[in-house]
Design a protein around this ligand. Structure first.
Ligand SMILES: Cc1ncc(C[n+]2csc(CCOP(=O)(O)OP(=O)(O)O)c2C)c(N)n1
Ligand SMILES: [Mg+2]
Length: 666
């Protein structure tokens, strides 16, 4: 109902000209009218779900128009106005919501869960908070490339309770990143009112708590939003730093349309209805004679026409056909492996030195590669892998991080969005749990969802045998091998580690690179001194024999070799997998078809580990060649204990020899 001429919001247009004011108005009207149409289509069963931003348009529109179009915006589910203000052709939005090919996700993700580099928009994932850290990464890229750009990221007040919010604010503040944190406080998070969400007066206060400036704006006043954000953005471009803005507003409809608003007090709804951002601004423009009733009708008709025309295009578009090859091919970004052969000159290196040298040479190869991690700069990392790196590459590229695993993984994603490769050192692989969500949901799914690579390597110092207890000894590769979209590398030797790390960094996909702590200083090998690469998905056949196939990776490879050294009568093929995803199934099958017996040795506890999947694959693909059941040897189904005698009992190593002999006597 856009006919009222009396408003309750006071607009102070300051030096804004009429053209700008009209643009603000039209830009708010468009998402409003699209939404009104969507509500009709929803009732007709033509779209499946709708998250309404009615009543909050001034925020999306004001912020978007205040920024330059090359500046990234990371919107939420109520920010249709961000998309329309960036002038995305409407039929593409409609196709997106109908799961069609002209959308942005090939039908793979719904509603506003998409990004588009073409329009510098990075949409949310359902988990709400992660994009706050992603914004940090994009802003860091802006800083490193001296672009003087602002990155704006949105969250609801509900999302501010998530750890991601706090980590992202902290990192942005410590690193003085040019991020505009936009909190839309609309009174509710699903059915939860603010009184049950947080206990400070204003969320803006939280910005202060993290050492950044913060402001409170009337989120229903588009002139206030636009003018203030424009000023803040200019200021941030000049002097990069994060700023938090809390927009006071209200959610006028249900969380999503099906869930209703029964729990919202009527009086509150009525009070906020009077503050409708579109109606109030329209009344103001008409009162000020900036907009005539006739113009208003024409503007509205124009937008309705555009909506209908574009809807028709989207409805006419053929539905997506499920194509298996396309689906499987899009999980990873295609990567053309470039072989750099090792040169003859070698030096004897421990595993730790090989990784350190490999990382250093990749820093030299990729001039903008950034590494991030706790204590990795001057201190050199807890294992000293990055010792001396700051001196050679500087603190901009070798970044100490606060203890914020989530935000740092997210920041790495943001760097990738902005075209910068990164390596993140988990201090211990165990601590990846604190950044688990962005790894398995953001990095892993990004290319499949919207064609955006996550060019990130996570270094994972892992493994037992070091008497370090349940939280410094785990080997948690199975959490990641089961997640499509991630690659998993697990070398057992210095030579492999160096070449595979180079490839992991060259590969634009997210790679988890496992480094066994017990091997760091115990395994030595002659390693080519210069830079070289090794391919993923190629296992190493370490020994050849016809009695049995032994399959392992990481420390397990060394346990198996030791056992075979002590049993020279056993002739075994020994396969070191080297990478678990991709997995060299050909090497496995070829060997099993030859020997007919196979034992898989894994350091992790048994159930759900990769040994189980390898066993299943062998059963399915080599059944006729098997002379005995496939054997798995793994650690106990307990957490990994601290004291040596318990750890020795826990670890698979002690059970390998006996099981191998059982198998051979089958
Ligand atoms: C990690 C996570 N927990 C819960 C949800 C379910 N959920 C989706 S939106 C939402 C409410 C969000 O509230 P707020 O951040 O205030 O945004 P608003 O919907 O009010 O715009 C909830 C609980 C989710 N998507 N992700
Ligand atoms: Mg909310």
């Amino acid at each position: 109902m856009l006919t009222s001429t009396r408003g309750v919001i006071t607009f102070d247009k300051k030096n804004l000209d009429d053209r700008t004011l009209l643009k603000l108005y039209k830009s708010m009207l468009k998402p409003r009218l699209i939404e009104e149409k969507m509500l009709i289509l929803l009732r007709q069963g033509k779209i499946s779900k709708w998250f309404s931003g009615i009543g909050q348009e001034a925020i999306s529109v004001g912020v978007t128009l205040a920024l330059d179009s090359e500046e990234y915006i990371l919107p939420m589910h109520r920010n249709l106005g961000v998309f329309t203000s960036r002038n995305i052709p409407l039929h593409r939005l409609f196709s997106q919501w109908q799961g069609k090919a002209n959308g942005f996700t090939k039908g793979r993700d719904r509603s506003f869960h998409f990004g588009t580099q073409e329009f510098n928009i990075v949409g949310m994932i359902s988990h709400l908070g992660p994009q706050l850290g992603v914004a940090d990464g994009i802003a860091l890229a802006s800083l490193l490339k001296n672009k003087n750009q602002v990155t704006a990221v949105f969250t609801g007040e509900g999302g501010t309770s998530e750890g991601d919010f706090h980590e992202a604010l902290n990192v942005a503040s410590v690193w003085q990143l040019p991020v505009l944190f936009c909190v839309e406080n609309n009174g509710y998070g699903l059915s939860t009112p603010t009184s049950e969400q947080y206990r400070c007066k204003d969320i803006a206060d939280r910005g202060k708590g993290y050492g950044m400036e913060s402001f409170i704006l009337d989120g229903n006043n588009v002139v206030e939003v636009y003018s203030k954000i424009k000023k803040l953005a200019q200021s941030i471009r000049k002097r990069p730093r994060p700023i938090l803005v809390e927009f006071k507003t209200f959610r006028m409809r249900g969380h999503e349309e099906a869930s209703g608003t029964k729990y919202v007090p009527k009086a509150l709804m009525q009070e906020w209805a009077k503050k409708d951002p579109v109606e109030n601004f329209q009344a103001y423009l008409i009162n000020q004679k900036i907009l005539t009733e006739k113009q208003e009708v024409a503007i509205k008709e124009g937008i309705v026409h555009e909506i209908n025309e574009n809807l028709q295009i989207a409805f006419d578009e053929a539905p997506i056909e499920a194509d298996l090859t396309t689906e499987l091919n899009d999980v990873y970004k295609p990567f053309e492996y470039k072989d750099v052969s090792p040169k003859p000159k070698t030096e004897e290196l421990r595993l730790i030195d090989a990784i350190s040298l490999g990382l250093k040479q990749s820093m030299q190869q990729h001039k903008d590669l950034v590494i991030m991690g706790q204590d990795i700069a001057e201190y050199g990392g807890v294992f000293k892998i990055t010792d001396g790196f700051v001196k050679e590459f500087g603190k901009e590229r070798v970044r100490n991080t606060p203890i914020c695993e989530s935000a740092i993984v997210e920041a790495a994603m943001g760097l990738s969005i902005a075209g910068i490769k990164s390596v993140v050192e988990m201090q211990f692989a165990d601590f990846v749990t604190s950044g688990f969500n962005p790894v398995v949901n953001y990095l892993a799914k990004s290319h499949y969802r919207w064609n955006q690579e996550a060019d990130v390597v996570l270094r994972m110092p892992c493994g037992g045998g070091v008497a370090a207890g349940p939280f410094h000894s785990q080997t948690n590769e199975a959490w990641f091998t089961k997640t499509p979209g991630l690659k998993v590398v697990y070398p057992a030797f210095p030579y492999d580690a160096k070449g595979l790390l180079a490839t992991a960094i060259n590969d634009p996909n997210p790679v988890l690179f496992f480094e066994h702590k017990a091997l760091y200083r115990s395994i030595r090998q002659d390693v080519p001194t210069d830079y070289y690469t090794l391919p993923f998905g190629k296992a190493a056949l370490l020994r050849e024999g016809n009695d049995v196939t032994v399959i392992s990776y990481g420390a397990g490879v060394h346990w198996a070799m030791e056992t075979l050294d002590n049993n020279s009568d056993i002739n075994a093929d020994v396969i070191d997998l080297r990478t678990l995803q991709p997995l060299d199934t050909e090497a496995i099958y070829n060997s099993v078809r030859k020997t007919g017996k196979v034992i898989i040795l894994q350091e992790d506890s048994l159930f759900g580990g990769i040994a189980s999947d390898i066993s299943a694959l062998i059963m399915e693909n080599c059944f006729e060649h098997l002379d005995a059941p496939v054997k798995r040897v793994a650690s106990l189904e307990t957490p990994i204990p601290f004291i040596n005698q318990l750890e020795d009992q826990y670890i698979a190593k002690g059970r390998f020899e006996e099981t191998l002999k059982d198998l051979l006597s089958y």
